[in-house]
Design a protein around this ligand. Structure first.
Ligand SMILES: [Zn+2]
Length: 435
C-alpha cells in the first residue's frame, strides 16, 4: 500500500488559476449583435492547466439589465436595446443576466426605493428567463454602492462597480459585494489606445478580471473593435486554448456560486469512495476536486453527470451542479403575473392581494398623466400611483411589496390612459393562505 491520496477542493472550477468575465451594461442591442458572437469566437477548455484534450468552451459574460426598459420587441418601438428573446438566447449559451436595478435608479434613494428596485428586477429577470431562478449578481447603477446593505435580502450575493485593482478571491478581506470592474467605454479607452488597459500583469492566482463596457462598436474596422479583438486574442493565446489554459471564463453568477460553495466544502475518503459535503445553505454549484497520489493503474469513475481528467497520479474531478442549477431562489414575497393585456379597468369576483401593476408606455405626450387606483374591499377608490410623459418605451411600476403589505383589491381603475399606454400587467402575492 502506498500513502493515502490527498484531496483538495479547487479554488476555481476545472482547477483553473484565475477567472475572466465581461459585463455589458444597460442593454445595448450590440450586446447580442456584436459582443455575444465576438466572445463566442474565443475559447478555453474544461481541462486543468497543463492537461491537453479538454472540451472547448467559449468566453462568456453578463448582460446588466434594468427591466423597465428592456425592448418590448413584439411591437414597433424605436429601441436600440436588447429584447428578452435575445437575452434568453445568450443565457442558453452560458451568459447570465445581472440585476442592474429595475429602472437604473441611482444616488439619493431611500432604503425603500432601493429595495423596490432590487426586488422587482429579480422578479422580472426570473420571469423572463428561467422562471425559477434569479441572478446572484447586482451591478450598482452608476456605481451607487448605497444598495449594498440590501442585496442579500434578495439573494444577490455579489455587487460590481468600476474600481482598481482587480479583485482576488484569495485576499483576506475579499468581498463579493465589492467586485471591481475595468472600465472600457470607448470615450475613456480611446485615450490610452492600449488594448491591455488595466489588465493585471502578472496575473495572480485567484484574480477575477471583469471588463465592463456599455457597448462595442458595430463597425468591424473601428479602433474599438480592433482593440477588443487584440485584448481577447491576448487572453486566449496566453491563458486560454492553445496557451496555458489556466483561465475560467464564466458568468459572474457561476463564479460567485462556485466560490461561496467551495468555501463550505469538506471531503472524506473512506471505503474506496470519495464523499463531498457542502453546507446546506451554500449556493448550488459544480465543484472541482484535485486528488493526488492515485496510481495510474487504479480505475476511477467520475460522478454521474460529472467528468474527470488525469495526469500521471493526479486526478481532477468536476461534479455536476450540486443542489440544482446555478442561480438564486426567487425573492420573497413570491409573486406571479395574473393579467397581461390592454390598459383598462378590471374587476375581480374575489379580492386579490395586489403586489404591483406595470404599464408599458411609449411616446407619451407632454403633460399627459396616467393614474392607477384600486377598488378596496369596502368599495373605496384609492389612487396608488401616477406617472407622467416619457418618450422611451418604458414599463412603469406601481408596487406595494416588498416594502408594504400587498393591496387587497377587488378592482382596478385607470385614469388618463391613451394610445401611448400599450399594455398592463397585474402581479399578485402568491399562495398566501388567509387565516
Ligand atoms: Zn448602467
Amino acid at each position: 500500500m502506498g500513502p493515502e491520496p490527498t484531496v483538495e477542493v479547487c479554488a476555481l472550477k476545472y482547477g483553473k488559476r484565475w477567472a475572466y468575465s465581461l459585463d455589458i451594461d444597460d442593454m445595448p442591442v450590440t450586446n447580442y449583435t456584436v459582443s455575444f458572437p465576438l466572445l463566442s469566437g474565443y475559447h478555453f477548455t474544461d481541462a486543468p492547466p497543463g492537461v491537453r484534450g479538454g472540451n472547448r468552451k467559449p468566453f462568456v459574460g453578463n448582460a446588466a439589465v434594468f427591466s423597465s426598459h428592456v425592448n418590448p420587441a413584439d411591437e414597433i418601438y424605436n429601441s436600440t436595446l436588447l429584447c428578452w428573446a435575445q437575452i434568453q438566447e445568450m443565457c442558453k449559451a452560458g451568459w447570465a443576466v445581472a440585476n442592474h436595478a429595475y429602472s437604473h435608479a441611482d444616488y439619493g434613494l431611500t432604503e425603500e426605493q432601493m429595495r423596490n428596485e432590487a426586488y422587482w428586477n429579480q422578479v422580472l429577470i426570473a420571469w423572463h428567463t428561467s422562471n425559477t431562478l434569479a441572478p446572484n449578481y447586482f451591478v450598482y447603477p452608476s456605481g451607487d454602492t448605497a444598495y449594498r446593505p440590501f442585496l442579500k435580502d434578495y439573494q444577490l450575493l455579489s455587487g460590481g462597480h468600476v474600481g482598481e485593482p482587480v479583485s482576488n478571491i484569495h485576499l483576506k478581506d475579499f468581498d463579493w459585494t465589492d467586485l471591481k470592474r475595468i472600465f472600457l467605454d470607448e470615450d475613456e479607452w480611446s485615450k490610452t489606445d492600449d488594448p491591455y488597459h488595466q489588465f493585471p500583469d502578472p496575473i495572480q492566482d485567484g484574480d477575477v478580471v471583469v471588463d465592463i463596457t456599455h457597448g462595442m462598436d458595430v463597425e468591424p474596422n473601428h479602433p474599438n473593435r480592433i482593440r477588443w479583438e487584440r485584448r481577447l486574442s491576448m487572453i486566449q493565446s496566453l491563458y486560454g486554448e492553445g496557451g496555458a489554459d489556466d483561465m475560467w471564463s464564466a458568468s459572474i453568477d457561476e463564479i460567485v456560486a462556485y466560490d461561496i460553495a467551495r468555501r463550505t466544502a469538506a471531503v472524506d475518503i473512506s471505503d474506496n469512495q470519495l464523499t463531498l459535503f457542502l453546507d446546506e445553505n451554500a449556493p448550488a454549484s459544480p465543484i472541482t476536486l484535485t486528488i493526488a497520489g492515485i496510481p495510474e493503474s487504479v480505475h476511477l469513475e467520475a460522478p454521474e453527470g460529472g467528468f474527470l481528467y488525469r495526469n500521471k497520479d493526479v486526478v481532477w474531478v468536476t461534479t455536476p451542479s450540486l443542489g440544482g442549477p446555478v442561480g438564486s431562489p426567487l425573492p420573497t414575497p413570491n409573486v406571479r403575473c395574473i393579467y397581461n393585456g390592454p390598459v383598462t379597468d378590471l374587476d375581480w369576483p374575489d379580492a386579490i392581494e395586489l403586489a404591483g401593476v406595470r404599464v408599458l408606455q411609449y411616446d407619451v405626450e407632454k403633460g399627459a398623466t396616467l393614474s392607477i387606483a384600486i377598488v378596496t374591499l369596502n368599495g373605496a377608490v384609492v389612487e396608488v400611483g401616477s406617472c407622467g410623459a416619457s418618450s422611451d418605451a418604458e414599463w412603469k411600476l406601481f408596487s406595494s411589496v416588498p416594502n408594504k403589505s400587498p393591496w387587497s383589491a377587488k378592482g382596478l381603475r385607470v385614469v388618463g390612459n391613451t394610445e401611448a399606454h400599450k399594455k398592463m400587467e397585474i402581479w399578485v402575492v402568491e399562495g398566501e393562505a388567509s387565516s
